[in-house]
Design a protein around this ligand. Sequence first.
Ligand SMILES: [Zn+2]
Length: 127
Amino acid sequence: MISLKVWIYLFLITLFIAAAYIALSPIKARGDVYEVTAYCACKKCCGPKAKGITASGKTVKVGMCAADKSIPFGTKLSVHGHRMVLTVEDRGGAIKGNHIDVYMPTHKQALQWGRRFISVEIIKDSK
Ligand SMILES: [Zn+2]
């Protein structure tokens, strides 16, 4: 028979390992599921005044995305399973909460992407 003391001892060790694991695992090891949509710089995606300039004032290019106001410009996002690191440079009226809009060079690619639900990690804040 294993005594109660041993059980308590094992329980405390397990607790300690779990606490250490949580404390030591970097924030970037966890991600949230985001709704990931795509857009291009055309008038269909960005309206009749589309000029290909992001909300942060940059010329839109591959690797940029739009995100909620709570994520500052310059924040890097890692999209799981797609080897994509995106920089938040844009905003969108419909881009709120766990939803990002990824820039694609052509409208066709944006349409092909459609709407996906993927785990996205915030790599680091801009400042
Ligand atoms: Zn488009």
